[in-house]
Design a protein around this ligand. Structure first.
Ligand code: HEC
Length: 205
């Protein structure tokens, strides 16, 4: 019995010895800074000319928010797959906006506010950033093509991190559409409404 436990202890030590090197080897974990690279980022972009495996989506406006000549897309893609359902964005905009609202509320409203005015809960409660979360209700952003909002979510903007790993491309388009709806909700010209639509506002105009 004694011999056996001795042998076990020896084997344990030997085995632990084998592995130690691999456990403590120098390596960069996700999002860790690196002293090695000049830009100090541990995350590297693939070298130029790298060919993606699987589905390459590098030049399709639906996945870049830009036309092949680099201009921002001005319209929603005709079809999106949202919550597993194919949606025609021309005829089923309500579905697009419902999903957009859901994702916006979960992923953006704590900074940008439920109305998109930049007054989210964590902004109000002391989030200190070099630049505050933007309000969407500025002339510049109202005039921006819808592709800009897709681009901001996909690539980040200034101090804002990208949301591409939280929202798939189709969800990002739905959020972009919802931002447009928020913009209209705060700056609608009542004269652009039909009398019936104005009546639905219940006197608020
Ligand atoms: C942690 C807080 C935070 C979250 C969450 C966040 N943002 Fe932002 N956002 C910012 C900040 C800060 C800026 C301003 C960045 C700058 O000007 O450098 C910004 C700017 C923007 C802008 C303006 C870009 C421009 O042209 O000025 C848009 C559009 C935007 N965010 C959309 C979104 C969307 C959509 C989401 C959700 C998917 C989101 N943001 C989530 C903090 C946030």
């Amino acid at each position: 019995m004694k011999l056996r436990s001795l042998a076990l202890a020896a084997a344990g030590m030997a085995l632990a010895g084998c592995h130690t090197d691999m456990w403590v080897q120098p390596r960069v974990k996700y999002y860790q800074p690196s002293e090695f690279f000049a830009d100090q980022s541990g995350a590297r972009t693939p070298p130029a000319g790298t060919v993606p495996r699987g589905q390459a989506r590098t030049d399709d406006p639906k996945y870049t928010g830009r036309t092949p000549d680099g201009k921002l897309v001005t319209e929603l893609p005709a079809r999106l797959v949202l919550d597993g359902q194919e949606v025609d964005t021309r005829t089923e905009l309500g579905k697009v906006l419902r999903v957009g609202k859901d994702r916006f509320t979960a992923q953006c409203s704590h900074c940008h506010g439920a109305a998109g005015d930049g007054q989210g809960m964590i902004t109000k409660r002391g989030l200190v950033l070099r630049r505050p979360p933007a309000s969407y209700h500025t002339d510049r952003l109202r005039k921006m093509p819808i592709g800009h909002f897709f681009d901001v979510m996909t690539n980040g903007f200034g101090t804002m991190f990208p949301a591409n790993y939280r929202l798939d491309p189709d969800e990002r388009w739905a959020v972009a559409a919802y931002i447009r709806a928020l913009q209209l909700s705060q700056a609608m010209d009542p004269d652009a409404l039909t009398p019936e639509e104005r009546a639905k506002l219940g006197g608020a105009n």
